[in-house]
Structure formats: C-alpha cells, structure tokens
Design a protein around this ligand. Structure first.
Ligand code: CMP
Length: 139
C-alpha cells in the first residue's frame, strides 16, 4: 500500500541509555505495526553508505562515526501516511526544536545524537528498508 511504510533506527545514544523499550512503546502506542526489526551494529563503511546523501555536509564524518559507535535497532513500520506520521512522533531533528511529547524531546540530547532516525519520503523509506532487510524478513 503506497505511503504506508517508513523506516527507523533507534540510534546508538538511545540504545546506550537503555531507551529501546521506551521508544518501542511510544511507537506501538502511536499505532505503528512492526513489519521488520533487527538489533545490529553498522560498520563505518555501512554507516557511510546509508548516509551517503549527506556526504558533502560538514557533519558527515561525525555522523558516520556516531552511527557506527554502538548497536542500533533498525525497523520497518506500517501505518497510514507512515512517513509523515512517524516524523510527527519523533519531532524535529534538533531536540531543542522538538515538540513536547515527541521521542526526540524525551530522549535525544543533541542534533547529532538525536535518538532516532525517520525516513523523509516514501521513496527513501523503501531504499532504507531494503538496505537492512530482505523481502523474507518483512512480515
Ligand atoms: P537523521 O534523521 O538520522 O538524518 C541525518 C542526520 O544527520 C540527522 O538525523 C542528524 O542526526 C544528523 N545531523 C543533521 N544536522 C546535523 C548537524 N548540524 N550536526 C551533526 N549532525 C547533524
């Protein structure tokens, strides 16, 4: 169903702070269905590839180092209008700008260490989901 999937990662900062359970609870309570999920750690090369679109940005090196610094949880989520609905749930990229009650407001500490990733378009949700999961892993 077009527009019904998004991709997320619970980032190394939130995993280290023992917030996997809290964040998954917020995702469930917001009505998302988990289509696929895995706990893993990216190599620097894999993180660099995932965030290749940002390779010209000044923060790219820092982003790659951080995203490969510890375990993450990657997941594909389903809900009507999933990309926009999930971006509303997680809040602004910079937690200082994130609305009350959002995941980043509660659990992020900085623009770089911002607890969760959420796809920014239906097209990127598919690309990002396929980066982590095969068809067999999507239920
Ligand atoms: P994310 O949604 O995972 O997509 C790209 C990431 O780059 C973003 O979250 C931030 O964590 C990170 N990012 C964006 N802007 C900056 C910045 N100015 N400094 C450090 N990291 C940034």
């Amino acid at each position: 169903m077009a527009g019904s999937l998004t991709f997320t990662m619970i980032k190394p900062d939130a995993v280290k702070a023992n917030n996997i359970g809290n964040i998954l609870q917020m995702i469930n309570e917001a009505g998302f269905r988990i289509v696929a999920m895995k706990y893993t750690q990216l190599s620097a090369a894999q993180a660099g590839k995932f965030y290749e679109v940002h390779s010209a940005r000044p923060f790219y090196g820092e982003l790659v180092d951080f995203m490969s610094s510890g375990p993450i949880v990657a997941a594909i989520l389903e809900k009507d209008n999933a990309v926009d609905a999930f971006r509303t749930l997680i809040g602004a990229t910079n937690p200082a700008d994130a609305a009350e009650g959002t995941i980043r407001k509660k659990y992020a500490t900085s623009i770089g260490e911002n607890a969760v990733h959420g796809s920014d378009s239906d097209e990127n949700a598919l690309i990002e989901g396929r980066f982590f999961f095969s068809g067999l892993e999507m239920i």
